[in-house]
Design a protein around this ligand. Structure first.
Ligand code: ZN
Ligand code: ZN
Length: 186
């Protein structure tokens, strides 16, 4: 009987979109706001320039550490008057690039959540004109503002997802030691 080579998970490589979305998801694991986790990765020529996640300004206590976002408010989302206490993931990634003197001109950004309008404006002004996101966010009037930026040719937005097989591969890489010589069972 002929021995057919088995297709192992090693043969399943993520697309570039999946790769950077996974990095954004990993960044989101560091989120420290009680609202919901968000991660972002700025990429240029397939190289990661900066990463970010949503959390309190550098040096200020994390929402998760103090147990609330604002006193008396369970989450940054719960206030109708105050802006999010957290610096959003996209803003943190842009700030990280700025801090280290890295140009974001002509880069693109991968985010686990479609940018809010504040981040969308910031992203555009940072010279980033391509956005890849996993989950939709803006609706109603906010979506109209977003669409006006798209119509002006300032930015493109594309919703992307991880394939099940790549997500499973990533999960097994995370759950087990990844680099064991001779182990082809992934
Ligand atoms: Zn918060
Ligand atoms: Zn935002």
């Amino acid at each position: 009987m002929e021995n057919k080579p088995q297709v192992s998970q090693l043969d399943l490589r993520p697309t570039w979109d999946e790769y950077f979305l996974m990095l954004a998801k990993l960044a989101a694991t560091r989120s420290s706001c009680l609202a919901f986790p968000v991660g972002a990765v700025i990429v240029k020529n397939k190289q990661v320039l900066a990463t970010g996640y949503n959390g309190a300004p550098a040096g200020s206590p994390h929402c998760t550490t103090q147990g609330y976002c604002y006193p008396g408010l369970s989450s940054c989302d719960a206030s109708t008057t105050l802006p999010s206490r957290a610096v959003h993931a996209e803003a943190n990634a842009i700030a990280q690039a700025a801090k280290h003197g890295i140009s974001t001109e002509g880069a693109c950004i991968y985010v686990t959540l479609e940018p809010c309008l504040s981040c969308l404006k910031l992203v555009i002004s940072a010279g980033i004109h391509e956005i890849y996101y996993e989950t939709s966010f803006n609706s109603g009037e906010k979506a109209l503002v977003r669409d006006s930026f798209i119509a002006e040719g300032l930015v493109t937005l594309k919703q992307i997802h991880l394939s099940e097989t790549i997500a499973q591969k990533a999960a097994s890489f995370l759950l087990n030691p990844t680099s064991i010589p001779g182990n082809k069972n992934f």
